[in-house]
Design a protein around this ligand. Structure first.
Ligand SMILES: Cc1ncc(C[n+]2csc(CCOP(=O)(O)OP(=O)(O)O)c2C)c(N)n1
Ligand code: SF4
Ligand SMILES: [Mg+2]
Length: 314
């Protein structure tokens, strides 16, 4: 509870710290507590469902307020952190991953979630995606793929299908779209799943599995832009005459060739975990180096250890 006075800035003595509850008495956030301002997405946008399931995940896992962080780049989907009552950052277009990487490496006690669009992930942020994947940084990245640039009102995105008519391809897209799963497998991601916002149960299941994965976990979540690419995912929606087909039970998710084969199926393909392997994270490897340095230079502050290293470079 903060006592507001007319004094600015308030003196520390006027600030009453909140009571610290023992861990056993602390409760996780509820959906109601996590929901912030009313989302400003268009009515019917697929992103609403992803947000609602994120709230559900936080509630289900009883996560404390300071133990979850929501990071995003720029785009309609990247407005995500605005709508979450919690710590988060709406960062630069395509740069959510480098920001989230720093956060993940320095704060092993919390789980970092990143949300963003297909443009943010595969165009402007494409190179960052490759490096976050190969470094196996512990975090969960939900790519809300609507196969179009929504915020900037309908340009061709890297996942737009051939022939898609947009403001940048008036005669229909001629550039071959990227295949998210194939790209992520080759980059070295250790958890890759596909889902669609029209199947809430499945989205939540994938989010939980991704969160439990010790490494870089990515979910490609089809999320329709009803304004600029209506009907894009009808073929994956049984209510629109399509079919939602799960990854077969006998799929070996540790086999990258099997993952490529699955990813090569015609759209909308299969939904579920395509690939998952265990590999040491950069978080662990870096923490080991830091731990050894602290041990070797016992008594020195971190900045003093760093200074010694810089001095050696001179
Ligand atoms: C450096 C930079 N370049 C371009 C833009 C313009 N811009 C903003 S969002 C966006 C694309 C958004 O598409 P996507 O990431 O797919 O998100 P969506 O809006 O579809 O959810 C672009 C090109 C920008 N904000 N910053
Ligand atoms: S423009 Fe498309 S992606 Fe953006 S809020 Fe509207 S429906 Fe959603
Ligand atoms: Mg998009």
């Amino acid at each position: 509870m903060i006592n507001i006075t007319n004094e600015f800035p308030p003196r520390l003595s006027t600030l009453k710290p909140a009571p610290i509850l023992p861990e056993s008495e602390r409760k996780g956030l509820t959906k109601k507590e996590t929901a912030a301002d009313h989302p400003t997405w268009c009515p019917g946008c697929g992103d609403f469902s992803v947000l609602a399931l994120y709230f559900k995940l936080i509630e289900k896992r009883a996560i404390w307020h300071e133990k979850i962080t929501t990071v995003a780049g720029i785009g309609c989907s990247s407005r995500f952190p605005y709508f979450v009552q919690g710590h988060g950052v709406h960062f630069i277009h395509g740069r959510a991953l480098p920001f989230a990487t720093g956060l993940s490496l320095t704060r092993p006690d919390l789980h970092v979630f990143v949300f963003g669009g297909d443009g943010d992930a595969f165009s402007i942020g494409g190179n960052h995606l490759t490096h976050a994947a190969r470094k196996n940084i512990k975090m969960t990245y939900v790519i809300m793929d609507n196969q179009v640039y929504g915020l900037t009102k309908k340009q061709t995105s890297p996942t737009s299908p051939l022939g898609f008519k947009s403001k940048t391809d008036m005669w229909g897209a001629i550039d071959h779209p990227i295949n998210p799963v194939k790209q992520l497998v080759s980059a070295g991601a250790t958890f890759i799943a596909r889902t669609t916002s029209t199947n809430p149960k499945h989205v939540l299941e994938m989010m939980e599995a991704a969160m439990d994965h010790d490494g870089f976990s990515v979910i490609q979540c089809l999320s329709e832009c009803v304004e600029f690419f209506e009907g894009a995912f009808d073929s994956a929606n049984p209510r629109k005459g399509g079919a939602f087909t799960e990854v077969p039970a006998d799929h070996d998710k540790t086999d990258e060739f099997a993952a490529y084969k699955l990813a090569a199926e015609p759209f909308p393909g299969k939904f579920g975990i395509h690939y998952q392997v265990q590999r040491e994270t950069k978080n662990k490897l870096e923490a080991d180096i830091t731990g050894k340095a602290r041990e070797k230079f016992k008594g020195l502050e971190d900045w003093q250890i760093l200074q010694r290293n810089f001095d050696r470079m001179k």
